[in-house]
Design a protein around this ligand. Structure first.
Ligand code: HEM
Length: 230
């Protein structure tokens, strides 16, 4: 069996690409909190993302390095996830993640909590990222009004209740995905070797998932409740 086709290699690739994305999420979440500092702070931060690394790097050079690393991570993560998903499906006669015998499931089997949150959570997050880029990066859709200022787009957008609600739904899916994914990543890389390590890994996964979910949810909620204004 070639290296790429081994399920162990695919899981390791999924773990490493996932951990790269967790680092991005922590930095992105921290950056978003600058919205509490007001317009100059937030827009200054958005401008800084483009000028960092100058004059060593061209304008937006460092940002493009981050974008390429992220894009490669997303593609590796999705390729590995879909391959492992299809493999599980083929190995179980088309039943995929429905792996527990149960009389309460219509098909006589039940899916596991993890297979549901990872697979369908992943699909929800992928759809959300496209919607989010159209909204806040490419400025293609502007539910709260168009503006050249990132601060205005963020604050205007989250003043619209359904925009905040849609972000919160995606953040909940992200929280569950991270709770299990962070744990699996370290377990697949060989860290789950004793009862103590397993407990620590569980605590770390819960802490990271909560931090990311609550940290990302704070700006939209504060804006919707009128604590942060245009
Ligand atoms: C309430 C939560 C969030 C807010 C307020 C927010 C805000 C923003 C803003 C303002 C930008 C544009 C930055 C700029 O170009 O100056 C951006 C870009 C981006 N966000 Fe978010 N974001 C949130 C959650 C997320 C989540 C949960 C993810 C991933 C799952 C994510 C992934 C991205 C990506 C990939 C970019 C593009 C970076 C680039 O290529 O320039 N964001 N976000």
């Amino acid at each position: 069996m070639s290296a790429q086709s081994s399920t162990v290699v695919l899981k390791a690739a999924m773990a490493v690409s996932g951990l790269v994305m967790v680092l991005f999420l922590l930095a992105h979440m921290y950056g978003n909190l600058k919205v509490f500092g007001g317009r100059a702070d937030f827009d200054g931060y958005a401008a800084h993302l483009r000028t960092m690394g100058e004059p060593f790097l061209p304008y937006a050079g460092a940002l493009w390095v981050v974008r390429v690393v992220l894009l490669v991570s997303v593609l590796v993560h999705i390729y590995a996830a879909v391959t492992v998903w299809l493999r599980a499906r083929a190995a179980t006669g088309g039943r995929g993640g429905w792996r527990y015998q149960s009389s309460s499931g219509r098909r006589g089997v039940q899916r596991s909590y993890a297979s549901f949150t990872m697979r369908w959570g992943g699909v929800v997050i992928a759809l959300f990222v496209v919607y989010h880029l159209l909204h806040l990066t490419w400025n293609t859709i502007h539910p709260g009004g168009a503006s050249d200022s990132p601060y205005e787009r963020v604050v205007g957008g989250f003043q619209v209740w359904w925009v905040t609600l849609s972000y919160l739904v995606a953040l909940l899916a992200l929280g569950f995905h991270l709770r299990h994914g962070f744990w699996s990543a370290f377990a697949d890389l060989g860290a789950n070797t004793s009862v103590t390590r397993r407990r620590r890994l569980n605590e770390a996964a819960t802490a990271v998932a909560l931090l990311v979910t609550v940290g990302f949810a704070a700006p939209p909620l504060a804006i919707l409740f009128g604590w942060v204004k245009r």
